[in-house]
Design a protein around this ligand. Sequence first.
Ligand code: SF4
Ligand code: SF4
Ligand code: FES
Length: 254
Amino acid sequence: MSETIETSSETITLTIDGQEIQAKAGQTILQAAQKNGIYIPTLCALHASKENGLKSDIAPGTCRICTVRVNGRTMAACTTPVAQDYIVENDTEELNDLRKTIVELLFVEGNHFCPSCEKSGSCDLQALAYRYQMLSPRFHYAFSSREVNAESPKLLFDRNRCILCRRCVLAITTEDGKQLFGFTKRGDKSGIIMDEELVKNISEEQAQQAMHICPVGAIIRKEKGFDTPFGQRKYDHNPIGSETVCTTCNGEKS
Ligand code: SF4
Ligand code: SF4
Ligand code: FES
């Protein structure tokens, strides 16, 4: 499992969807694609930026929405390093249907009532459902009933919307490296737990960061969820995947 990524200066040439691109050795296929303005969907991987408070990219490799075909084999783009002459298929009917299936599974596995969710309009899962034109999921709803924790003075944590991506586990730490969120158990008992003491004392900035890095509405900063009104939220302006990468800054987002 790749979590942070080191790169070197060696140049690699590969092809994504028939487009020849250059990448640095040690980069993942996802990073190489992002630098070249090629969209590969993500839910767990996150590009480092000032906005999300990350100094380096994270790639927990948990969601598989970034699945591509590399020389004919399916691989996760966010954890697979580039290699010379790789032929990568990304935007194909087969892979997009696989991605739609993953989105559907995530919807039925939790409780996602978008009209009543504070993240609606800024939610990556919802935006991907629009992208892949999900109407009614092909699977049965699990009707999960998980604990909602509102004890922290600054955060509301609704496990019914959590997709177990683990972004919060990797990204939200104290200065001395203690994790505020952790992963517990396996299979259908798995879940995210909070360190009650650390979360009780979470700073304003970290509470904001936690809400921001959560791709769905599982972590909501109390009294702040509705700061941006509907109609002005992230995906109210442009659908997911429409972002382009600035070639003059070599894809580095501020
Ligand atoms: S987390 Fe996203 S998909 Fe789930 S209810 Fe909220 S807006 Fe909808
Ligand atoms: S709480 Fe949010 S960031 Fe953390 S694992 Fe769940 S969905 Fe991912
Ligand atoms: S974005 Fe690659 S596995 Fe989640």
